[in-house]
Design a protein around this ligand. Structure first.
Ligand code: UD1
Length: 427
């Protein structure tokens, strides 16, 4: 099993370019199945989740070429409608293919993704949206057989929670449908806007992406185009946190600072100096961080749940007591027992974590529990005294492109003991 070995205590400095967004790339790649012709998607990060998405596209009949971070997806002769269970299990967000498959073929067979490391992850809102659009769904032993009588029909879809995935599925399905669909209480994440921008370039008529009400006038057909994925705000934030933790001075380039609007004020609260210039964020950290008064994860534009675990590492060595409330997923504190092994002082009660800052963390052998929990442990290793080994890094490879190389570029001492991520053949 591959692991990262980190020699802690080095101050990070320098600059790096933010990777393409995982959470934008995945739904946009699902959308390329729906459009006719050859899509060219730039800035697709090299991540195992992207590899899993490519496998699903190939399974559905698409032809794919990778040229560096560009992917060319030819869906002209792809008409598959079934995603095998092993591929569904490989990546829980594979459910975002549902809307695209139904809009293209009128039927879909998938399995329920089930629970995962960070929570139950039900898909009731996705299925609610599909049913509203006229889909008949038969659920049996974790298998979902979905079919449409003629075409999907525009409707009003009111989501009880602004689920990112359910909003994306509703957008994908209704963009090729009959009539107009209104999504009320839609998710407002930047990745939703990116998906809408891609689909609109393909001929869709989507209004209000990024707002809580989205109106989609269904069209008959979408035509493939070229698109560049936005940068990854969570990866960008993680590198800023690494700078903050090590008393560093780092710049993240090629980012959209506004997308980190919920995060940057918290970094300032810890005493970091944050400056923003066009598409670059620079962070200068003090020697000792201040506590975070109360941080609550929320849908965008609030503080993102994906940055909760890595920012908790900052609180472990800050001056005083910080309170962190996880509002989005029910099991997202699995990094806590591992941080305790490194000398952190954290108490959790349900969705609340109370973190008493300590003077130093100490190197230990820890196991990455999930993607963002894993990045929290790597950050802990960067600031700890001695050597930290983080195993289970296949989780980290799902979301961070060349994590250790980027950290080394910023002066960290981190090595990968064995390569674990998949790779699509370059052509
Ligand atoms: C996406 C992101 C993930 C991020 C999350 C919240 C991708 C690929 N992943 O995940 O990184 O952490 O948004 O910002 O974009 N829920 C239901 N029923 C549903 C759907 C969701 O109850 O049908 C609940 C979930 O269990 C969770 C909450 O809604 O508690 C938010 O989930 P959602 O916004 O759907 O997250 P994902 O789209 O899965």
């Amino acid at each position: 099993m591959a692991s990262f070995v980190i020699n802690g205590g080095r101050r990070l400095s320098g600059s790096l370019v933010a990777q393409g967004s995982k959470n934008s790339a995945l739904p946009i790649l699902a959308a390329t199945y729906l459009v006719s012709g050859k899509s060219v998607i730039h800035n697709c990060p090299r991540l195992s989740d992207v590899e899993s998405t490519i496998k699903i596209l190939e399974n559905l009949g698409c032809k794919i070429e990778r040229r560096g971070t560009d992917l060319v997806i030819d869906s002209s002769s792809a008409f598959g409608f079934e995603i095998p269970e092993d591929l569904m299990r490989e990546m829980r967000s594979s459910v975002i293919f549902l809307g695209a498959i139904l809009a293209k073929t009128g039927r879909a067979v998938i399995s329920t993704p089930g629970g995962c490391e960070i929570g139950l992850r039900p898909i009731d809102l996705h299925l609610f949206a599909m049913r509203k659009l006229g889909v008949t769904i038969r659920e049996e032993h974790g298998r979902l057989e979905c079919s449409v009588n003629k075409r999907l029909k525009g409707t009003k879809i009111t989501l009880t929670f602004p689920s990112v995935g359910a909003t994306e599925n509703a957008i994908l399905a209704s963009s090729v449908s009959e009539g107009t669909t209104t999504i009320i209480n839609a998710a407002r994440e930047p990745e939703i806007i990116d998906l809408c921008n891609f689909l609109n370039k393909c001929g869709a008529k989507i209004h209000g992406g990024g707002e809580s009400i989205i109106v989609i006038e269904g069209v008959k057909k979408l035509t493939a185009t070229e698109h560049s994925v936005i940068c990854d705000r969570i990866a960008a934030a993680t590198y800023l946190f690494a700078g903050a933790l090590t008393g560093g001075d780092i710049s993240v380039k090629n980012t959209v600072p506004a997308h980190l609007g919920g995060i940057l004020p918290i970094l300032e609260e810890t005493g970091c100096e944050v400056s923003v210039r066009c598409n670059e964020i620079r962070l200068k950290a003090p020697l000792k961080l201040n506590r975070i008064d109360k941080l609550i994860t929320q849908p965008y534009p609030g503080f993102p749940t994906d940055a909760q675990a890595p920012i908790m590492t900052l609180a472990t060595v800050a001056r005083g007591t910080s309170v962190i409330v996880e509002n989005i997923f029910e099991s997202r504190f699995k990094h806590v027992p591992e941080l305790l092994r490194m000398g952190a002082r954290i108490r959790t009660e349900g969705r609340v974590a109370v973190v008493d800052g300590v003077e130093r963390l100490y190197g230990a052998s820890v196991v990455s529990p999930d993607l963002r929990g894993g990045s929290a442990l790597v950050l802990a290793g960067l600031t700890a005294i001695g050597v930290t080994e983080v195993s289970g890094i296949k989780h980290i490879d799902r979301g961070y492109e060349e994590f250790e190389k980027n950290l080394c570029m910023l002066n960290a001492d981190i090595v990968r003991t064995k390569k674990s991520y998949g790779n699509t053949k370059e052509k």
